[in-house]
Design a protein around this ligand. Sequence first.
Ligand SMILES: [Zn+2]
Length: 275
Amino acid sequence: MEPFIMREREFMLHLESWERRWPQLVAGFSTRKGGASQNSFASFNCGLHVGDTAEHVIENRRKLACENGFSYTAFTCADQVHGNGIHIIAEEDIGAGRAAHDEAIVETDGLLTDKPNVFLASFYADCVPLFFYAPGAQVLGVAHAGWRGTVARIGPGMVQVMKQTWNIAPEDIYAAIGPSIGSCCYEVNDMVSDRVKEAVGDKASCVLKPGTEAGKYMLNLQETNRILLEEAGILPAHIEVSHLCTSCRTDLFFSHRKENGKTGRMAAFIALKEG
Ligand SMILES: [Zn+2]
């Protein structure tokens, strides 16, 4: 069953099983619908760095935080660079980047916090959002994994930082892999496929299928991340995987590849309510 579900509001999908199981947690992924942005950013663009009118992006971000029961001042994000940098939110980071891209947490693709009332957000238009939650320690996080971040092992990196910082065992961590470009639409060249083969070793045949011509492959980036998270010690039963393809579903999502780069961004979000 698809883990990301639309309820009454068209501008977001909820990670249904997590929100039901842990009522103080919110986690989900925004869509492109129901927002203020126009033209190629229509309409729920959450990215400030893509050339959209800032007021529209801020209105969308405010709506996303508030409709989930959080203050807009809690909206916290990073400047994503397709790397494997992970940052733990300090008190002074709360609210970083919400209204200006150059005020975001610098050069970071993974965010983690043990604080309630921090609305962690990261941005996507095909790349893979990874969600993390350790209910015992009440530690949560989100990581941006395109192919570069994936082969740079940002997923296992999140598990490692949770272990080092809070002494959380991998088997106590839950993970979810959100809507992103599917293997149906994600053709890559052998430069990318070679890196994926290095990352997953003998499981490469599970994630790379022949493409439309020699030297091209259809890459399953969701399964690549799932394999790496499982190798990092997360129990298979604790990993949820979306089947929604951002490139197939441009009615619902922005797709960088399908729309030739000129498009908006969805937000992956996760936050814990106090109490
Ligand atoms: Zn597709």
